[in-house]
Design a binder for this molecule. Structure first.
Ligand SMILES: *[C@@H]1O[C@H](CO)[C@@H](O)[C@H](O)[C@H]1NC(C)=O
Ligand SMILES: *[C@@H]1O[C@H](CO)[C@@H](O)[C@H](O)[C@H]1NC(C)=O
Ligand SMILES: *[C@@H]1O[C@H](CO)[C@@H](O)[C@H](O)[C@H]1NC(C)=O
Length: 279
């Protein structure tokens, strides 16, 4: 009890910088690929990823795997307009070692390189195809904005600058899958065939990232039972995070009505059973 009180006091006097912890890239992340297309400043406060015609882009990943958490990063997309260049921030249970993509869990933010589009997607130990796409209400290549994913055993929340834009609830009682395996964080720039042909004359394309510190429950052993990560010693597992507040729901509805331009739930051919359960 005393420990919790002291911790609360410590946390409340720390600066508002995310969790007050070490915010350095090196503390949380490691290179994944394209190291020659990477630029990290010596303090690890910012990272640039470069995509050009001779490279496959670049990416980094968290050092650990996690079973729940409040994940975020600030990023700025390339300031050139072309299809085909995707800048991403996501969680995935897929191994990075080139193993063929099997069924896995994944929670995505993907920026499409044209206008202001961001795609969110969710894989539930399957091929995904739960896309919801938004026109952002600002130019994501002009300034850094905060992209956040909260994952607890009750729900997953996608947020942009603190505004919830998508919620996926744990409806396992109704037969809907929900992530139950450890995931790690990935961020990358790459040439995604699904996003259309690239105008290479505009290259190079540079994505910038900042604000690397996040708080999450480390999975002790990859892909093993992560049920201990729903402990309420972690703030994102507390009842406050089990459901959005009434005002957050209102805010989300407003932003979804105004800015969502594609929803897999809107078409008979892409609809899935969870669709009415997350509304
Ligand atoms: C932050 O973490 C990095 C990498 O682990 C380390 O080199 C650095 O000294 C840490 N900075 C502080 C202020 O703790
Ligand atoms: C989903 O919720 C159920 C309760 O309805 C719980 O038993 C289960 O552990 C949760 N699943 C995950 C993966 O957190
Ligand atoms: C995971 O561990 C918890 C607590 O130890 C246990 O109750 C639960 O049955 C386990 N789940 C699986 C799928 O093994």
């Amino acid at each position: 009890m005393d420990f919790i009180i002291i911790l609360t006091i410590i946390l409340s006097v720390l600066p508002m910088k995310s969790n007050g912890a070490n915010n350095s890239f090196y503390h949380y992340y490691t290179y994944l690929w394209g190291t020659d297309h990477f630029l990290v400043d010596p303090q690890g406060t910012s990272v640039q990823l470069k995509m050009d015609k001779i490279s496959g882009g670049a990416g980094f990943r968290s050092k650990s795997d996690y079973g729940s958490g409040s994940f975020h990063i600030r990023l700025k997309t390339p300031n050139k307009r072309t299809k085909g260049i995707v800048t991403s921030f996501y969680l995935t249970s897929n191994p990075d070692d080139g193993t063929p993509q099997g069924n896995h869990f994944e929670l995505d933010f993907e920026f499409w390189g044209v206008d202001r589009r961001v795609q969110t997607n969710i894989f539930l130990n399957d091929g995904g195809q739960r896309e919801q796409r938004f026109h952002l209400w600002y130019d994501p290549s002009k300034d850094f904005h905060l992209y956040q994913i909260i994952w607890n055993s009750h729900q997953i929340i996608f947020m942009v600058d603190g505004i919830p834009i998508r919620v996926f609830k744990n409806n396992s009682a109704k037969g809907i899958a929900f992530p139950n395996k450890a995931m790690h964080v990935d961020a990358s720039i790459w040439n995604a065939p699904f996003a259309g042909p690239v105008k290479w004359s505009q290259a190079p394309f540079i994505a910038q990232y900042q604000d690397f510190g996040f708080t999450a429950c480390s999975a002790r052993a990859k892909s093993k039972n992560i049920s201990y990560c729903s402990s309420q010693i972690y703030f994102w597992n507390k009842p406050k995070y089990w459901e959005l507040s009434a005002s957050q729901k209102q805010q989300m509805d407003k932003y979804r009505k105004s800015y969502m331009f594609y929803d897999y739930c809107s078409s008979k051919t892409t609809w899935k059973p969870e669709c009415p359960l997350n509304a």
